[in-house]
Design a binder for this molecule. Structure first.
Ligand SMILES: *Cc1c(COP(=O)(O)O)cnc(C)c1O
Length: 419
């Protein structure tokens, strides 16, 4: 369920007309529905209501301060992957004791920052990383709670760029080395408290089967670790819950919980889930203006003012995004490629798509752009990044200003010798 809907041929986000936002704020612009974000969070939170759990929002999917703040206010914890994300969540007023930190390459500075902040735990991906955390914690005179990220060697049946829980990816510790790794940490790394087990098998997973497969390997591991004297109190099953982009039929929060709960109900662990896309994916659109309509003997192009630097998912993952005008002028459609102005053939949002006829100057909406949209944007082609807007019922707020040309060159300098 999301709160983008057409009323009399005009697209609304909650109670605000999308065209009004675009007229005031300009394009391209990301527009997020606060109500949708909170609704998705609550659905998952309630589905796991019967056990001790924490939903840690995956900040890399959408790291705008307003989004982080909204979720934190609703009770969410945060899943971070860098010192920069830690900085953001602290700025947004998140309780650090609800923050978990994953990444295969944490620097000592980042580790120190996280220990200073007092995060809940690190998700550790290798022995050298465990040693680094142990070293920094020792220097600071603190103990660090850790989970090893275990790679259960499960195929989540998703795009190869977002498969992480299979053997041969860079992520985690192979499951058959798990016990010896925990025992090694317990015996040798005195500043660590190895109290959790973490896994994250991939992203945009639409079936519960890969999760069940992972749990059927991870849950016995928890018992085995306990038999070996480790006090495991936290099980983190990662994120990856899929959403509808086109015609997928992803499991609902309730179906997901029904699949997971039998494995974890009597485990006596706090359950952590790290959804990103599930919460924000369908809670955001990218609105963009049609600049030109170019008809060639082979194809028709809608050339719009957003580009791959604003939303790279189609180029990066061949991903599908529904596209439609925010004001439907006519039922008549034609087939278009929707492309941006960047000098790359990969700069497209859709190919051979039936779209209602539009005129130059019309705004179109690229749907399901709330996750891995703005956060993966760049300044390629020296394009200032888009504005971000959050709608709360009948009001909208600019939650990130559109960048200016000055922002583009901030921090750059020309050596004196060249002057
Ligand atoms: C990216 C990531 C997530 C979130 O993935 P989604 O598919 O957006 O739910 C969760 N946990 C870890 C460790 C991640 O790297």
């Amino acid at each position: 369920m999301d709160r983008f809907e057409y009323r009399d041929g005009e697209l609304y986000c909650e109670e605000v007309r999308v065209e009004d936002i675009c007229r005031d704020v300009g394009t391209p612009v990301y527009i997020y529905s606060h109500g949708t974000i909170i609704d998705h969070y609550r659905k998952l939170d309630e589905a796991f209501g019967e056990i001790d759990h924490l939903i840690c929002f995956s900040v890399k999917s959408n790291s705008n301060l307003a989004v982080i703040r909204a979720l934190a206010k609703a009770g969410a914890g945060m899943d971070i992957v860098s010192g920069g994300e830690l900085y953001r969540v602290l700025k947004a007023g998140v309780d650090p004791s609800k923050v978990v930190y994953a990444s295969v390459g944490k620097s000592e500075e980042e580790i120190e920052f996280a220990l200073q902040a007092g995060i809940m735990m690190f998700n550790v991906e290798s022995r050298p990383e465990a040693e680094a955390i142990n070293r920094v914690a020792g220097r600071m005179g603190v103990k660090a709670r850790i989970a090893f990220r275990i790679n259960p060697d499960v195929d989540p049946h998703t795009h190869k760029h977002i498969t992480t829980g299979k053997g041969g990816t860079k992520f985690g510790i192979p499951i058959d080395e798990a016990v010896e790794t925990y025992l090694w940490a317990k015996e040798r790394l005195g500043n660590l408290i190895p109290c959790g087990v973490h896994c994250h098998i991939g992203s945009q997973i639409t079936s519960v089967e890969p999760y069940k497969e992972a749990l059927s390997r991870i849950v016995p591991l928890v018992s085995e670790l306990r038999r070996n004297g480790l006090e495991i109190d936290t099980l983190n099953i990662g994120g990856g819950l899929g959403i509808v982009y086109k015609d997928e039929t992803p499991s609902t929060a309730d179906e997901f919980a029904a699949a997971v709960l039998p494995y974890v109900r009597d485990l006596g662990c706090k359950l952590i889930i790290e959804p990103g896309r599930f919460i924000v994916g369908n809670a955001g659109i990218l609105a963009t203006k049609v600049l030109y309509i170019k008809r060639t003997p082979h194809k028709n192009f809608l050339i719009v003012d957003a580009a791959m630097n604003d939303l790279i998912r189609p180029a990066f993952y061949d991903s599908y995004h529904r596209i439609a005008p925010v004001r439907i002028r006519t039922e008549e459609t034609d087939t278009f490629d929707v492309v941006g102005p960047v000098c790359e053939t990969g700069d497209y949002f859709a190919k051979d798509r039936r779209i209602n006829l539009v005129e130059p100057g019309d705004i179109i909406s690229i749907f399901s752009a709330g996750a891995y949209g703005f956060t993966m944007s760049s300044n390629y082609n020296s394009r200032p990044r888009a504005a971000e807007v959050m709608v709360i019922e009948d009001r909208y707020y600019i939650v990130r200003k559109r960048e200016t040309y000055l922002d583009l060159i901030r921090g750059e300098a020309i050596p004196g010798e060249l002057m």
